[in-house]
Design a protein around this ligand. Structure first.
Ligand SMILES: C[S@@+](CC[C@H](N)C(=O)[O-])C[C@H]1O[C@@H](n2cnc3c(N)ncnc32)[C@H](O)[C@@H]1O
Length: 259
């Protein structure tokens, strides 16, 4: 299946060696990062917090923030990332935890010998050229009845934001620019396409949330400082509501593989 907006773009998947600093500062160190963690951990709480002894695969773990949360709950963790810089950071973060294994390499190179109770893949899909193959690969790593936690950059929200900013030329050129902002993903995905691709592989949606539904299009930038807590509270409130979740800059799908 062809994903919308894939006409130009680099030839290969994107690693993050040169983006680690940007990621730390602009995402993890900001309210954006806090919101992302709050929503992911809320959506996964019933599995990670309430069950014991699960096997979890964090595919494209970055610096290992979500991996650490899993390790904190004493599950068995396997995490991989194609960037040596990211894996080094994740290693430092996870050094005090037992039952954690880290691998530096592409998700697509991990053989599906071992099946997991939970596979997490957060903010990776939009950096991968062959998204259909990646999704199939992730599903293969799941036990029957296992969960896939998939967060990806939402093509619908990108379009909405560009319309609001009045960047019509950018839209008309199919989002092609000469100079790319380092953390702007190359291949956003449409939630309906992702959902139907996964449905064909017998994956059923359990939960879906929008992350940064209105955060990025706030008109008054001063509000980020003045109404910090209110913004987070209202983002959490609307994140699972129709029609707001569809407008999240990122979408989190929690899916279950048919038993
Ligand atoms: C935006 S970061 C997200 C990291 C982490 N999952 C999180 O949510 O904080 C994307 C990560 O995916 C990694 N990545 C991209 N393509 C990959 C691939 N094919 N296999 C493994 N890692 C990949 C990058 O190196 C980067 O660390």
């Amino acid at each position: 299946m062809k994903f919308p907006g894939h006409s130009r773009q680099p030839d290969s998947d994107q690693s993050f060696d040169d983006r680690a600093v940007h990621l730390q500062k602009n995402i993890y160190g900001s309210d954006k990062g806090k919101l992302r963690l709050l929503i992911l951990q809320r959506d996964l709480a019933a599995i990670i917090r309430q069950r014991q002894g699960l096997s979890v695969f964090d595919a494209g773990c970055g610096t290992g923030l979500m991996s650490e949360w899993v390790a904190l709950h004493r599950h068995r963790l396997f995490a991989c990332d194609s960037s040596p810089v990211m894996i080094e950071e994740a290693k430092k973060r996870l050094s005090g935890y037992q039952h954690t294994t880290l691998y530096c390499g592409a998700i697509q190179t991990v053989e599906a010998k071992q099946r997991y109770d939970v596979v997490m893949c957060h903010a990776v899909l939009e950096w991968v050229k062959d998204q259909t193959a990646l999704l199939s690969h992730l599903v293969r790593h799941l036990k029957p009845g296992g969960y896939l936690s998939l967060m990806f950059y939402n093509a619908w929200a990108r379009e909405m934001a560009q319309l609001v900013y009045g960047n019509f030329d950018y839209i008309d050129k199919n989002y092609q620019v000469r100079q790319r902002v380092k953390l702007t993903p190359h291949w956003p995905a449409s939630p309906d396409v992702v959902e139907s691709l996964l449905a064909r592989q017998k994956m059923h949606l359990v939960k879906r949330s929008g992350i940064r539904v209105f955060y990025d299009i706030l008109r008054n930038r001063d509000h980020y400082q003045i109404f910090r807590d209110d913004i987070i509270r209202h983002e959490l409130r609307v994140s699972q509501q129709h029609p707001y979740w569809q407008m999240g800059r990122y979408v989190h799908f929690l899916l279950r593989k048919e038993a």
